[in-house]
Design a protein around this ligand. Structure first.
Ligand SMILES: Nc1ncnc2c1ncn2[C@@H]1O[C@H](COP(=O)(O)OP(=O)(O)OP(=O)(O)O)[C@@H](O)[C@H]1O
Length: 500
């Protein structure tokens, strides 16, 4: 045949100890096989340390990294002799930041490579269900794709066209078998969830929604589902997330962004897991700020005593809420996640030469004692700089605001510090970008909480702004907010490929 075999490397991790503590080397075909790639004969070697597949052909060589692989589709067991046809769903990033998808046809992949990349049983079941449902027409269609064209820097449509759609087709999910919703306003996702997903979930239909969005798409979904009446037959929708946002806190904290597939690998390989959420209750005259703060609408319905909002990421006041609010303009958004640091600098060293604001209010923490009973603990300080309760570890890829948080662990944690000099604040925020080292700084408080209540003592509404997952609420004069993690309601699952 005339093609050179690659030199086999010694795979240290492939050597294991059996029960009698003798060295046991797995069979060679676990990580090395002779097969074909794109119809050409090749020698395939999987390195489980580097997580890379080395392909040696007659006069060519190629390396495929797991982090570029959306998934492997293993051939069907049809009982026929000969090698199984398999497919590697491969994503490459081109130099101009565009993506190229290829369904690489192969045979005889090493078993260790298949094991590390094969689609999950959940995904395989979704595909086989669709193939027997005659195209998913009528009432059987339960897969939806939402393209949020306003997220991040506007890549969602192109990513769907160039990657998601062809990857779906290659895996047996044909365009006629799922429904695509493209956003046309900032209310689009909420309306879609409310009009399509919620009624069917209440009828007991299982549904999967792949969101191409930032955190916003998930949060809109959480808000519709938690604020609506759910029937006894309610079946939690399963959400997949392809990360297209600016901060992508949820994705970065859940590991969805740890490969090059923008979360698509998790959708193919992950399990559905409950998404932890929080509820923020606001005093009656609080308003959600819209259109860069130019307009506002009440949080509470007209006759209600208080208004509720729901989140899956963060609820904050003081510096964090102010910088999120100030940076939420078309002008700032052009700078991507840099916008937060730019707004923080302006708040800490105002360009008009004034001193940074000292935030005033009374804070009570809700905690559990050793018997699991709730206790209330007032913070001694009346003056604050930073108050942030979060369910996630990372607000941005490198901003580890709560380094002890584990993916989807459901623990609400408070990060806080008082009215300290701006230089010290900058130092603390800098440490947060260094693996979350700020939580060891003596000026910073970091603790597990069940919830928090803030009674504001701020005459100017600008300093009563609270952030719930990026949305800004201006609390009414002498108003309050009470935030709690949701322990008894569980309205949706998110797909993530995590360690069991
Ligand atoms: N077609 C559209 N027209 C107007 N607004 C849109 C449209 N599509 C999406 N939006 C809005 O754009 C915003 C995008 O938010 P999303 O969270 O998805 O991205 P992001 O803010 O860039 O990222 P992150 O929240 O992760 O930082 C949402 O408020 C959404 O409702």
């Amino acid at each position: 045949m005339g093609f050179a075999l690659p030199t086999l490397r010694q795979h240290s991790t492939m050597v294991t100890m059996d029960s009698s503590m003798r060295m046991s080397v797995p069979p060679k075909e676990d990580y090395h096989n002779e097969g074909t790639v794109r119809g050409k004969i090749a020698s395939l070697t999987y390195d489980t340390v580097e997580r890379s597949l080395s392909i040696q052909g007659d006069s060519w060589h190629e390396t495929i990294l797991d982090r570029n692989v959306i998934a492997v589709i293993d051939g069907r067991e049809d009982g026929k002799p000969g090698p199984k046809n398999q497919q590697i769903l491969l994503l490459s990033k081109l130099p101009d930041s565009h993506y190229k998808f290829e369904g690489v046809q192969v045979t005889s992949l090493p078993q260790s490579f298949i094991d590390a990349n094969v689609v999950s049983p959940r995904f395989a079941q979704m595909v086989s269900y669709r193939s027997i449902s005659k195209g998913g027409g009528g009432s059987v269609s339960s897969l939806y794709v939402v393209i949020s064209i306003g997220s991040g820097t506007g890549e969602a449509q192109e990513f769907f066209d160039n990657v998601v759609k062809p990857a779906f087709t290659a895996s047996g999910i044909h365009p006629f078998s799922y429904y695509v919703h493209t956003t046309d306003s900032n209310k689009s996702i909420a309306r879609f969830i409310s009009a399509v997903i919620l009624p069917r979930a209440n009828e007991g239909v299982s549904q999967t929604v792949l969101l191409l969005s930032g955190d916003g798409g998930v949060i809109d979904t959480v808000n519709v589902l938690l604020s609506s009446t759910r029937s006894r037959q309610y079946v939690k929708p399963v959400i997949g997330l392809v990360t297209m946002g600016t901060g992508n806190a949820l994705a970065n904290s859940t590991g969805l962004n740890s490969d090059l597939t923008r979360g698509l690998r998790h959708f193919y390989r992950g399990r559905a897991r409950p998404l932890p959420t929080l509820t923020a209750i606001f005093s009656p005259d609080s308003e959600i700020l819209l259109d860069e703060g130019r307009t506002a609408e009440p949080v509470a319905p007209p006759t209600a005593d208080a208004g509720e909002m729901y989140g899956a990421v963060v609820c904050s006041w003081a510096l964090h809420a102010s910088l999120v609010a100030d940076s939420d303009t078309a002008e700032y958004r052009k700078f991507g996640s840099q916008r937060f640091q730019m707004a923080a600098k302006e708040l800490l060293s105002p360009s008009d030469g004034s001193a940074p604001h000292v935030y005033k209010g009374q804070i009570i923490l809700f905690k559990l004692d050793e018997n699991g009973h709730e206790i209330r603990q007032a913070l001694n300080a009346q003056e604050h700089g930073y108050i942030l309760a979060t369910l996630v570890s990372n607000l941005e890829e490198k901003l580890a605001i709560s380094p002890h948080s584990k993916p989807l662990d459901g623990q609400l944690r408070l990060v806080h510090f008082g009215a300290i000099p701006s230089e010290e604040v900058m130092k603390i925020l800098g440490l947060a970008f260094q693996g979350g080292a700020h939580v060891d700084d003596e000026a910073v408080g970091y603790e597990n909480i069940e919830g928090i209540r803030i009674d504001f003592d701020e005459p100017d509404g600008r300093w009563r702004r609270v952030c719930v997952d990026g949305k800004i609420v201006r609390v009414g004069q002498s108003g309050w907010v009470e935030v709690r993690k949701n322990t008894s309601v569980d309205v949706l699952d998110i797909v993530a490929d995590l360690e069991p």
